[in-house]
Design a protein around this ligand. Structure first.
Ligand SMILES: NC(=O)c1ccc[n+]([C@@H]2O[C@H](COP(=O)([O-])OP(=O)(O)OC[C@H]3O[C@@H](n4cnc5c(N)ncnc54)[C@H](O)[C@@H]3O)[C@@H](O)[C@H]2O)c1
Ligand SMILES: N[C@@H](CCC=O)C(=O)O
Length: 527
């Protein structure tokens, strides 16, 4: 089988992938320092204010200046999207699908350059960055194909059974209008591009807002959409603060629907807003996780340790799918901990541009400070900190090369079940472990959370059905060493949360996803 990049295969890429990434990184670095405007109504939009941005792994490395949208810019983007809606909605399905697919094609041609930019902007390692870019390509292709396969969701229905009268029926799905997409910092391309692709192919027009820490990714997406030839106003890109520009978009009278990906508090606020007002409007909110993994007495511990470490610490724990809680049978807990310690010790931390570094920094100064606060909280509460617990690059740790970045150690701790961090999403490389007397106790604790995004299991084959029957999570993995709770890929693993992790119960890239961007119209026509 030829190599196909997914989050499950990214651990063993062909050598050529490294060579191409290194070459692309050199090209992208040679152009750093430029000015990056917004994209509104088919044109670059130069605005009054710009934010200077630096790499999270090196404060001396200036990426460039990125436009900060004003309220006027937001209004212009919404007006452009509203004006473009009638013609885009009327564009034949095949033509919309062709253009959306073309965005994916163009992004695929630029996959190495865009991945290099993601490494520079977010601090993720090269395989995570290449993975995210390829995932975005796949979203554009997947949704274009899916919409065509559903024949645009138009379904003829039987004529009414009225004698002597021809009364024809059909169900037609129609787009809503201007769809606002609000993206998080950690997957600023895929979680902007995926929802945008879904909204566009179904006939909505889009205004995208990127996260404040990651304005570059959205602009690179906008370039692909512009070059694919989508008409002016169909897609618009803004970067700026959530509190100002995000809220302005959410409150805007043209907003017909929203896809928000981000934290629980913000997601809940948006959902509440969208059900209030003159009438309720759709809000697809993909939110946080507090993802558990159960390890039973009969688990393969080598496999478990590999899967746990990849999911707890990959991308410095800054994935909604990241593993933060392990419940392990007491009879094998020490053996598992020993293996986890060995795996953690082997993690190479440093400049994420270099292929040997699996772990880069956390995203910003606030996350860096939170890490130390949580580590100190755990210690103060009497937790047993088994590995990690310190920021790196401080004067005393002997790693001055790391001093210009937000580097921290992967942390593993055993803590009392009453500790508040068992319930709080930290979004950092912090894993907490608890020893359980039996698997039912482990399941009870795993489900004792208001969130339900992903969950992992390591045990015997005849225990897997029990895991699936009882676990309360939208994305589940059994005995997966490629990632105990992380690494879903469009077309392979639909991705969406239960309980407080998601608002719809329908997953990204699932069979049911695109229908959420459409409203049904029942049509009866009597001859
Ligand atoms: N379920 C998923 O698929 C998924 C995927 C990735 C990340 N996440 C979650 O995202 C979070 C991390 O991302 P983050 O720190 O960027 O999240 P965040 O909630 O701080 O911000 C997300 C986006 O919302 C914007 N925003 C903030 N306040 C706003 C407001 N009042 N009105 C409108 N927009 C506003 C931000 O500017 C950003 O673009 C974690 O909780 C993580 O679990 C979930
Ligand atoms: N889709 C990614 C997570 C995205 C959220 O941050 C995964 O499955 O690991």
């Amino acid at each position: 089988m030829s190599f196909r990049l997914t989050y499950a295969t990214m651990y063993n890429p062909p050598e050529a992938m490294h060579e191409r990434f290194d070459a692309a990184m050199a090209r992208v670095e040679a152009t750093l320092g430029g000015s990056h405007p917004l994209f509104v109504n088919g044109a670059d939009c130069y605005t009054a204010e710009y934010a200077d941005r630096r790499a999270p792994f090196d404060s001396d490395l200036r990426l460039g200046e990125f436009a900060l949208a004003s309220l006027v810019d937001a209004d212009e983007a919404m007006a452009a999207a509203q004006a473009a809606f009638p013609a885009w909605r009327a564009t034949p399905v095949a033509e919309r699908a062709r253009m959306v697919r073309r965005v994916g094609d163009l992004m695929e041609q630029r996959v190495y350059e865009i991945a290099a930019a993601l490494t520079l902007e977010v601090g993720k390692n090269r395989m995570e960055a290449l993975g995210e870019t390829q995932e975005t390509v796949d979203f554009f292709h997947h949704y274009a194909n899916d919409f065509e396969n559903h024949a645009g969701y138009t379904n003829p229905l039987p004529d009414d059974p009225i004698e002597g009268i021809a009364s024809h029926n059909a169900s037609v799905m129609r787009p809503y209008g201007v769809w606002v997409v609000i993206a998080p910092f950690n997957f600023p391309l895929a979680l902007a591009g995926g929802p945008a692709a879904a909204a566009l192919v179904t006939g909505n027009t889009v205004v995208l807002k990127g996260a404040s820490d990651t304005p570059w990714a959205g602009r690179l997406l906008a370039d692909c959409i512009r070059d694919a030839g989508l008409p002016p106003g169909v897609f618009n890109y803004l970067s700026g603060s959530g509190r100002d520009i995000g809220e302005a978009l959410v409150q805007h009278p043209h907003t017909a629907g929203i896809t928000f990906t981000g934290s629980v508090p913000v997601g809940r606020q948006l959902m509440q807003h969208m059900v209030s007002g003159a009438y309720p409007r759709p809000c697809i909110a993909e939110m946080g996780g507090k993802n558990p993994c159960i390890v039973t007495a009969r688990a393969d511990l080598e496999r478990a340790a590999a899967g746990i470490v990849r999911s707890a610490y990959g991308m410095s724990g800054q994935k909604c799918s990241a593993l933060s809680r392990v419940y392990v049978h007491e009879s094998i807990a020490d053996a598992l901990i020993e293996r986890l310690q060995a795996q953690i010790a082997a993690i190479r931390i440093g400049d994420p541009r270099r292929r040997e570094h699996w772990l880069g920094p956390v995203v910003n100064a606030a996350a860096y400070a939170n890490y130390q606060r949580y580590a100190d909280d755990l210690r103060a509460a009497g937790a047993r900190v088994i590995s990690g617990g310190a920021q790196l690059g401080t004067a005393s740790d002997g790693a001055p090369a790391l001093a210009r970045g937000y580097y921290v150690e992967p942390l593993l701790a055993e803590a009392s079940l009453t500790h508040p961090l068992w319930r709080q999403e930290m979004f950092l490389p912090i894993l907490m472990l608890h020893r359980c007397g039996d698997r039912d106790e482990a399941m009870r604790l795993a489900n004792d959370t208001s969130m339900g995004l992903t969950a992992g299991f390591f045990g015997a084959a005849d225990e897997v059905a029990w895991f699936h029957d009882h676990i309360e999570a939208g994305v589940t993995y059994a005995n997966r060493q490629q990632g105990a709770t992380t690494g879903a890929w469009p077309g392979y693993q639909p991705f969406g949360g239960w309980k407080g992790s998601g608002s719809t119960g329908k997953a990204i890239a699932s069979f049911y996803y695109l229908a959420q961007y459409l409203r049904e119209q029942s049509r009866t026509v009597v001859e």
